[in-house]
Design a protein around this ligand. Sequence first.
Ligand code: ATP
Length: 311
Amino acid sequence: MSDWAERARRRPARAVTVRAPGKINLSLRCGALGDDGYHPLATTFQAVSLFEEVTATEGAGITIEVSGPQAELVPTGEDNVAARAVRALAEHIGVDPDVTLHLRKGVPVAGGMAGGSADAAATLVACDALWEAGLAREELAELAAELGSDVPFALVGHTAVGAGRGHLLSPVMTRGTFHWVLAMRSEGLPTPAVYAKFDELTPDAAIDPDADVDLMLALRQADPVALGAALHNDLQAAALALRPELGETIEVARDAGALGAIVSGSGPTVAVLARSAQHALVLSATLRALGGADEVRTVRGPVQGAVVLTP
Ligand code: ATP
């Protein structure tokens, strides 16, 4: 055996771990279904401190392992969006898609917080590092957009406006940190069902491009009271029609003094805005007692996008 082969044989298997955040939609404005089969969106994402972690190691073919409280709900085959991310990157750089991925789920599954998209973004970054491809973030973002409309945002994180299907991103200037309480449900809400209900309720929906001026100002001024008043979700009525108990969670949060409370994305997670970290703890105690949620977490935002944790 040559020296090189011997060294390669003895080298410990490389592992790259990448962390990517879940998101909430501070504003989600949705137009009527277009001829291309998509709903036009104008949304403001904020990445929050609830994370997915993906560890990529060398493997033969694609193997996906999942851990975390809702691991059994996540497919481990070709239909896992992380597997699609592996194939897209491997094809792009011309290598075999040989990798074992371990997904540690911290974001609720089918919770409207884009946990799968965070996995896809983390996988792109992890495999890029594992295979030493050295792609620019812009190139990864192009691959990300092919995988799903929330994947590019999980790469960049912080706060951004998404147009098109939500995938055309512009960063938003924000100051300070906002404190949120997330009221989560173990039974997810399938995004297509929410859009179908939205179509039924509002077939002529149109987006007002100037509607989020107050939201942008609140973010620039680090003003949680103004942010609370500017939160908006066009999908909320559809989500509440499918899951009326979410409306009760929102009411409990408002009665308890939340600055704002909305369904995040397509739900069923409810995002509740607090004045401060301490206020978030008080609200979370009330929501635990009366809010009907299966899990309640306090988080902060904005946080950064996908980041390598191991060299
Ligand atoms: P979206 O609004 O993008 O659908 P979401 O947060 O509501 O996001 P996800 O948890 O991302 O929902 O996934 C929705 C569905 O996609 C799951 O119910 C599951 O069947 C499938 N899925 C595929 N890959 C994954 C993954 N890596 N993690 C979680 N779910 C996945």
